[in-house]
Design a protein around this ligand. Sequence first.
Ligand code: NAP
Length: 315
Amino acid sequence: MATTPQFPRVALIGLGLIGSSIAHAVRQLGLAGELVATDASTDVRARATELKLADRIATSNAEAVKDADLVIASVPVGVCAAVAQDIAPHLKPGAIVSDVGSVKGSVLRAMAPYLPDTVHFIPAHPVAGTENSGPDAGFAELFINRWCILTPPEGGDAAAVDKLAEFWRTLGANVEVMTADHHDLVLAVTSHLPHLIAYTIVGTADELEDVTRSEVLKFSAGGFRDFTRIAASDPTMWRDVFLTNKDAVLEMLGAFQEDLSKLTRAIRRGDGEALFEHFTRTRAIRRGIVNLGQETASPDFGRPHGPLPKAPEKP
Ligand code: NAP
């Protein structure tokens, strides 16, 4: 537990996976003198009260941000503008206003025009998540050893950026600062494109005629299963990601299609050397991710394998 709170009052808007995870961590670490939280959904607010996610659950965004020193909106990217419009007249001068959206350029452009010059607006993206959503999905350890990317606008207040960085580091994250546009390009290839591919493959498998759905489910361990985890991600969130990071995703998709054509050609021509060289290169990338501590080194993602069945008794 932190000895002194980092902020006298923290306000969280949106209590799904990310918002409730921040809430758990802030409470467990004692980072806020008072933690106030809210959500657009009455059901979520009721559940947040049961889960004791905050010291106080406010019934509106405007009420939640009153006198808050740090405000974090953990809402779908598509509603960030509406949230900024909602809270703008009620923000305390000097407050840090941030978000957690998976796309940064559009959030910056959507929120900045509504926010007063008296606050420090610093968009952020904790690159951490699971395929689950809602207030029950959150847990305090979500951000440990994950990256949190801050994308302050040009000329942003350095002390406020440091303060927000310190907050995320206390939650266990590693912090990096970059421009919103660069963030969107990097995440297009490391996150958005893989999700699009997973959504495609799982959809394709579901529509095959010669392979039944029950066969797809039964034999899924051959690689397909790992795509299904990604393809189970929240539809609202991912619809908004592709609508708001359109240019960067289309750029990466173009590069991907070219590489896919190269591999298709290698398979058609029986070019084993090209395939082997490509797969050797990609294997090294996996090792690099494991070496950086961003993934477990355990085979098959550490999934448990049951014990061998007993050998039949000798007659
Ligand atoms: P989530 O579990 O669906 O939670 C979002 C919550 O925000 C919902 O309870 C939603 O209520 C509420 N909300 C919607 N509009 C609102 C408004 N105008 N005012 C207040 N609350 C509102 O989503 P999440 O996974 O936490 O994602 C939240 C943000 O984090 C997204 O921008 C996403 O891009 C980003 N992010 C997600 C992940 C991930 O893996 N999930 C990782 C990193 C960043 P309703 O259900 O009633 O709409």
